[in-house]
Design a protein. Structure first.
Length: 321
């Protein structure tokens, strides 16, 4: 396992992070057994959010941490201030309201707190001030942004620097081998493809810790999705995958990942994950493992080194490697 650091957090953070975007019924029924299995398989960092499972994911995770006595061994990443159907919610009031809800559910402090979305109509100044208030109170140990543009993060950090405040320490956006052609959800930020080059370069230069969501492109690299069956999927997450990634160039990337996987005795998904972790970025990958077997596969992928010619070939930047 590879590890990294985030300023303000005194524990090493595994480069492979367990995602927990479960529905409420799934969180309640799988409960402790799920977290036991993931933890015993090697997962020590968990990514959750105020809205996941209508709060039940945080509730179950909090009870598990308390009863297992595992808090000192685990890094908790949670998110708040997501938009709802009525309005955008990136305000000091909503940030604080969601955070206090999450703290009550988790029954502990949060290692890394991320704002789940942005609202560029809201100035960065009150946002940075509010997050610093919670940091000083010890409710969170570091904070950052999810689905913010790099320009807004830079603006926030410039304000923090000018006023001797703590800046954003991390970011969570989309990066994967498959280019996200269309947003699977509203207000997503991706640094894949030509549209994301400026953001990719900013993260390369700053080396800000980057938590990559949908690093496996919503299951695209399982091979279940083909150009001739995209209209047969009905499950919501599958449909989101077809909308975001079901395009000719991505099918070519999938084919190349499959070819390289055969040569290395791996799977296409492992190659795709290795592609993300081998970026010249300070990157962590979020994966919603469903079993210990999946964890073991992805741990092997995280430790895999790809050459630059292999990286270029996988991303269609070269015809040969």
């Amino acid at each position: 396992m590879r590890f990294g650091q985030v300023d303000g957090i005194d524990k090493p953070i595994s480069r492979l992070v367990q995602g927990t975007s479960m529905k409420s019924v799934e969180a309640r029924t799988r409960g402790f057994a799920f977290f036991d299995e993931m933890f015993e398989a090697g997962m020590s960092a968990f990514d959750t959010a105020h809205q996941y499972g209508d709060g039940d994911v945080e509730r179950v995770l909090g009870k598990w941490l308390e009863q297992r006595g595992a808090r000192d061994q685990v890094v908790i990443i949670s998110k708040g201030a997501h938009h709802n159907e009525d309005r955008k919610r990136v305000t000091p009031f909503d940030i604080s309201s969601d955070l206090f809800d999450s703290l009550a559910r988790l029954k502990t402090y949060i290692d890394l707190y991320l704002l789940h979305r942005d609202d560029e109509a809201v100035p960065v100044e009150p946002i940075v001030e509010t997050l610093n208030e919670h940091l000083r109170a010890g409710r969170i140990h570091a904070f950052g942004a999810s689905n913010w543009t790099h320009q807004r993060i830079q603006e926030a950090n410039d304000y923090a620097c000018a006023h001797k405040l703590t800046p954003f320490a991390a970011s969570s956006i989309h990066i994967s081998l498959a280019e996200q052609v269309k947003e699977p959800w509203r207000d997503c930020i991706s640094i894949t493809g030509a549209k994301g080059r400026a953001g990719h370069e900013w993260y390369r230069q700053t080396q800000m810790p980057l938590f990559a969501w949908s690093s496996l492109a919503g299951g695209f690299f399982t091979g279940r999705f083909r150009a001739d069956n995209l209209d047969t999927f009905t499950v919501e997450r599958d449909v989101e995958c077809t909308v975001a990634y079901g395009y000719a160039d991505n099918f070519e990337r999938l084919e190349r990942a499959q070819m390289l996987a055969v040569e290395k005795g791996l799977t296409a998904a492992q190659i795709a994950l290795a592609y993300v972790i081998n970026q010249p970025l300070n990157v962590f990958v979020l994966v919603g493992h469903q079993s210990a077997a999946e964890v073991r596969q992805n741990l092997a992928a995280v430790d895999l080194t790809l050459t630059q010619p292999e990286m270029n070939w996988l991303d269609l930047r070269r015809d040969t490697r």
